[in-house]
Write a protein that binds this ligand. Sequence first.
Ligand SMILES: Nc1ncnc2c1ncn2[C@@H]1O[C@H](COP(=O)(O)OP(=O)(O)OP(=O)(O)O)[C@@H](O)[C@H]1O
Length: 256
Amino acid sequence: MDDAVRLESLTKTYGSGDSAVSALRETSLSFPRGSFTAIMGPSGSGKSTLLQCAAGLDRPTSGRVFIDGQDTSGLNETRLTELRRASTGFIFQSFNLLPSLTAEQNVALPMRLAGRRPPRGAVRQALAQVGLEKKAGSRPSQLSGGQQQRVAIARALVARPAVLFADEPTGALDLSTGRELLVTLRALAGPDGGTPSGPGTDGRVTTTIVMVTHDPNVAAYADRVLFLADGGLVGELLQPTAEAVAARMTHLAVTS
Ligand SMILES: Nc1ncnc2c1ncn2[C@@H]1O[C@H](COP(=O)(O)OP(=O)(O)OP(=O)(O)O)[C@@H](O)[C@H]1O
């Protein structure tokens, strides 16, 4: 199976001795190209740690992380940074746009900071992918919250990453704006999951999405929901509904 990200027996321990905290315990997972996965679990179950390790932003204590087919364990910091820039994108609850730059300039910024000129048309294409082709010249203050988050997604997509990580991407948005954004994310991943990454026959670029959320309604937009408890994978739901996700979360809250 061709995976955008694969985690093998990942363990992450913070601190040592009596104060050691096991945030992840020998967790193995894979994220097939074109899939949209939501990660859920009680507070402290290891969701953020998993996302940080899977994105190459933090190193596991043991185990391996493969990003876009490459084993990250043997990479030095420079090579890991290069791989992260080329193959991953990240969006957060806060949009983190620079207010003095236009949407187009914000999207191009990470590549420019890395000393690269965005490929011709790539910035416009990324904005078009999130439905903002007409707002390229607008500054963040001229855009709604949902539009600002779309610019942040376009910025994460401009390098055509193999995987897009999202940490509570709708947390700062109202319900209907959040729903619209999730429909966009849904469309960026393959229509049915498992669609290969890269330009499809219609020229559309698909990506792989890994999203952490606390909200069953948000998780229901994914192809699959993974449940974490106490640093380990404890369940999976395919083609989830919000009701089924909520029921599993209630069960976890009672049993963990
Ligand atoms: N830098 C750190 N130093 C020490 N312990 C940490 C650190 N980061 C996380 N932890 C601990 O690791 C465990 C997992 O934390 P993590 O943030 O991954 O959980 P989470 O599921 O994302 O929680 P939340 O839903 O509250 O954000 C928790 O017990 C947390 O206290």
